[in-house]
Design a protein around this ligand. Structure first.
Ligand code: NAG
Ligand code: NAG
Ligand code: NAG
Ligand code: NAG
Ligand code: NAG
Ligand code: NAG
Ligand code: NAG
Ligand code: NAG
Ligand code: NAG
Length: 757
């Protein structure tokens, strides 16, 4: 079975194009309604919506048209419904009582073992035992489904399902209510929107069973049980486990091989909120172009509803990096996650006859080992017919044609092995997934190989694959595909929030979805290595479950604060985290937010920046959102915007300056007011430590915070003073509140920037 993720290679974003709807004039819409406008005659919103649809219907009103036009009623994510409507029906609907607004049902983009050790999780002490491995926390995922028989979803060691859980294990193709267990406690699937958009589609696996692998991967990353002997054809071998190995999983399948629609994703989120998940992990986004308002982003709206119910929402920043303003899922009530590398290289080694060894990155899964084979230098490898003449030798090609042409030539000539020499020192993951034994090396190593071939009478080489090297440095680095801030639709909040492991993550996979091809043979595996912000997100969802287990009364904002203020800004060489897209120069908070997730520390942050739904509404008001726009997001009409503030109580700071130099000597002052809540020891004092930034004066008042009670709140003001225009795109520093006993450091990045969308 085809795996779209692998086909598009490195970026792992797949948007599936669909045939145009055959229901000639009908389109699918999501309609926002004012629930308070429901006439008294109706017992509930659902019946009101059905009656509204039939009252605008072009065709003779019958139960059949009513129900066939109606797709979903939403109650917990947005207030409204989705329906298939003609243009004239939509126009009539706009005049119906309670109508607020509507959007066309849009397509959704999916962003597409060792990581727990890299994150410092250990069973002897630290975050895992403190949070009892996330026991009883329920992580909901909206994804491609799940492979329930995967060992990652074994319920060994799990206690009874908590009685508060309202979810279900829905039967379907190759799935029945006993397919779930005490680990996988919920399984539901949504494709009515997809079918309304394209009625010709045949759903072959009409159930939560995962035919793709993505959802099995993300679910096992968040909360998979321990699996010994996990590996991808020997690569990355070891014991695999999720971030919260005792948490429960509820899968909401809304991503289908045939396509993904907002109406289905919204129905999935709606149900997850009603079922009572604690955490939502979202590795997808509405495909919105350019600048948009938050009320256009249904995933953001549904996340607002989740936040109000205390559900923590972790969402991927997208894989459209590394340019500025490529970030998605940046609503201030979501946690937005970028992807980093881990301290593990998956390699092969080329040994020349003279003993020289050259290692290279590879994911080649075949069994072939090329031992003591003749090496032949073919220069640019331009001629397939010349390559075909070479039998049982390793050919060596040097960059002249483009890399991809050489690879195609070598593959179609069915060479037994090849060494590609290129000035691209690190080949993309797409190339390392070669379908034949291929070695990718840089120019310097390439010279050594060519010199050896020229000097030797009988040049020979040996190539082995499947080597796993851990503890490599520097790590983490932000990977180039990771979506970068600022977030165009809400620039006043710094995004992304956090970096988590996203590159070459090993996790469970659907065994019926091929992971690679070797010589035109599809290969299958219970585990797969994937890269993307999709993979980073469930890491954070799992850690959030640990935090919520340890602190059941914390709000989503408090959990976010704990994750952000304890994140690491340094890598494993103790220098600032670097940017893989930019020759490993230091990354900025626009790339990595507060830094890389540190699970141990996040369980005990000392202080938190809390925020309520009311605070986000104040922000929307200050952004000049109209009452109608705010009503769409909050599902409530009781907002007068008397209180407004752009200064959300957020654990990071961003200030915008002019990019052009007007020559003005004028000083510009940005002030931020923040409130910290003491969640550490009752009596504790903290001192401000500022890391300054070029050309900007920063100060904090007061410089000392003395807490005398648990949950006491104290406020401070941070002031940035600088010239009207900044010379650089981004300058950054930080403010840390350092516990006087040395127990906590509560750090926030500060960004001053002049970049415009
Ligand atoms: C987390 O705690 C464990 C156990 O105490 C320790 O081995 C590990 O080094 C810690 N990791 C970090 C990142 O602090
Ligand atoms: C339920 O499905 C499982 C496979 O997931 C199968 O082994 C089992 O026999 C089914 N049970 C019933 C009652 O159909
Ligand atoms: C899928 O299963 C559901 C529930 O059994 C059913 O209502 C629906 O018609 C099925 N859809 C398809 C396309 O078979
Ligand atoms: C992975 O496999 C190699 C080679 O078989 C072995 O030396 C190594 O110890 C394994 N690593 C782990 C973590 O099991
Ligand atoms: C490699 O060898 C294993 C064990 O013999 C076999 O199961 C697998 O199919 C082989 N893989 C390839 C790509 O030939
Ligand atoms: C690249 O190949 C062309 C022939 O296809 C040749 O003329 C040219 O010299 C080659 N360039 C290099 C740098 O090898
Ligand atoms: C690699 O070589 C090509 C052609 O010689 C050149 O255009 C390109 O800039 C080089 N790339 C790097 C990363 O040096
Ligand atoms: C909101 O509108 C006011 C008055 O028009 C304006 O001064 C302010 O800059 C606007 N705020 C934003 C964030 O656009
Ligand atoms: C506005 O904010 C003040 C102070 O925070 C609060 O007392 C008041 O209730 C708020 N008013 C509204 C309408 O939210």
């Amino acid at each position: 079975m085809a795996t779209p993720i692998l086909k598009v290679g490195f970026s792992l974003v797949f948007t599936i194009s669909l045939l145009a709807s055959t229901l000639a004039q009908s389109d699918t819409y999501i309609i926002h309604m004012d629930g308070s406008a429901m006439p008294k005659a109706f017992s509930d919103h659902h019946n009101w919506y059905l009656a509204t649809i039939s009252s605008v219907s072009d065709t003779a009103t019958s139960t059949f048209t009513r129900t066939s036009k109606h797709i979903y009623t939403y109650t917990s994510s947005v207030q409204g419904f989705s329906a298939s409507l003609t243009k004239s029906e939509l126009e009539a609907l706009k005049k119906s009582p309670g109508y607020i607004s509507s959007t066309r049902d849009r397509k959704i983009e999916v962003h597409t073992t060792h990581t727990s050790e890299f994150l410092g999780l250990s069973s002897s002490s630290g975050a895992w035992p403190t949070a009892n491995y996330g026991e009883d926390m329920i992580i909901g995922l909206v994804d491609t489904g799940i492979w329930p028989e995967s060992e990652s979803f074994s319920d060994e060691g799990m206690t009874e399902v908590p009685s508060r859980w309202k979810g279900k294990c829905e039967p379907g193709t190759q799935f029945n209510s006993s397919t779930c267990n005490k680990k996988l406690i919920g399984a539901r699937y949504y494709n009515k929107g997809l079918l309304a958009n394209d009625p010709k589609i045949k759903i072959s696996m009409n159930s939560t069973r995962d035919t793709d692998g993505h959802g099995t991967h993300t679910a096992s990353t968040a909360a998979g049980n321990y699996v010994k002997g996990a590996s991808y054809f020997g690569f990355a071998n070891g014991t695999s486990s999720g971030m919260a190995p005792r948490a429960r999983i509820a899968m909401y399948k809304a991503i289908w091989r045939h396509g993904v629609y907002e109406s289905d994703v919204l129905a999935a989120m709606d149900q997850a909120i009603q079922d009572g998940v604690d955490i939502l992990s979202l590795s997808l986004t509405v495909a919105i172009e350019d600048d948009f308002f938050l009320e256009d982003d249904t995933i953001a709206i549904a996340s607002f509803a989740a936040m109000e119910k205390g559900v923590f929402v972790a969402a991927s920043a997208g894989n459209a990096g590394p340019l500025y303003y490529t970030l998605v899922n940046g609503a201030p009530w979501m946690l937005t996650i970028g992807a980093g590398t881990i301290d593990r290289e998956l390699e092969g080694v080329l040994t020349l006859g003279n003993g020289n060894q050259i290692s290279f990155p590879t994911l080649y899964p075949g069994n072939y080992s090329l031992s003591h084979k003749p090496l032949v230098f073919m220069d640019g490898c331009e001629s397939v017919s010349e390559l075909k003449k070479v039998k049982n030798k390793i050919i060596v090609c040097k960059d002249n044609l483009t890399f991809s042409d050489q690879i195609e030539n070598a593959a179609s000539a069915r060479v037994s092995g090849a060494v590609f020499i290129s000035n691209h020192t690190s080949p993309s993951e797409f190339y390392t997934r070669s379908s034949f034994p291929a070695v990718y090396i840089g120019l310097q190593d390439g010279e050594r190989v060519i010199d050896y071939i020229k000097e030797s009478k009988d040049p020979r080489g040996t190539v082995v694959f499947r080597k796993t090297v851990t503890g490599t440095k520097p790590a983490p680095r932000v990977d180039d595909y990771s979506g970068r801030g600022p977030f165009a639709s809400c620039r006043n909040v710094l995004k992304p929030d956090l970096l988590a492991p996203g590159t070459l993550v090993l996790a469970s996979w659907s065994p019926i979805s091929s992971v690679a091809e070797v010589r035109s043979h599809s290969l299958f595996s219970k585990f797969n290595l994937l890269s993307g912000t999709s993979m980073a997100t469930p890491h954070v969802a799992g850690v959030a479950a640990l935090i919520k287990k340890a602190h059941p009364d914390w709000s989503p904002a408090a959990i976010r604060s704990a994750l952000m203020t304890t994140a690491d800004s340094l890598d494993n060489t103790l220098s600032p985290i670097k940017d893989a897209s930019n020759n490993d120069s230091p990354a900025t908070p626009i790339d990595i937010g507060s830094g890389h997730i540190n699970p141990n520390k996040s369980l005990d942050p000392g202080l938190i920046y809390d925020a309520t739904a009311e605070d986000y509404i104040k922000l929307l008001c200050a952004m000049n959102y109209t009452n109608k726009q705010i009503q769409i997001i909050t599902r409530s009409s009781h907002h007068d915007c008397k209180n407004r503030s752009l200064d959300l109580n957020y654990p990071s700071f961003i200030a915008f300056f002019d990019s052009y130099d007007s020559g003005s000597k004028e000083k510009v002052v940005h002030k931020f007011r923040r409130t910290l809540t003491n969640v550490g020891e009752r009596m504790s004092s903290y001192t401000a430590k500022l890391i300054g930034m070029d050309g900007i004066k920063i100060s904090v008042e007061p410089q000392k915070l003395v807490f005398k009670k648990e949950h006491e709140k104290l406020s401070y003001t941070l002031t940035l003073e600088g010239p009207k225009s900044l010379k650089e795109d981004v300058v950054h520093g930080s403010l840390s509140w350092v516990h006087d006993g040395g127990k906590h450091v509560v750090r926030s990045p500060i960004v001053a920037t002049s970049i415009t969308p």
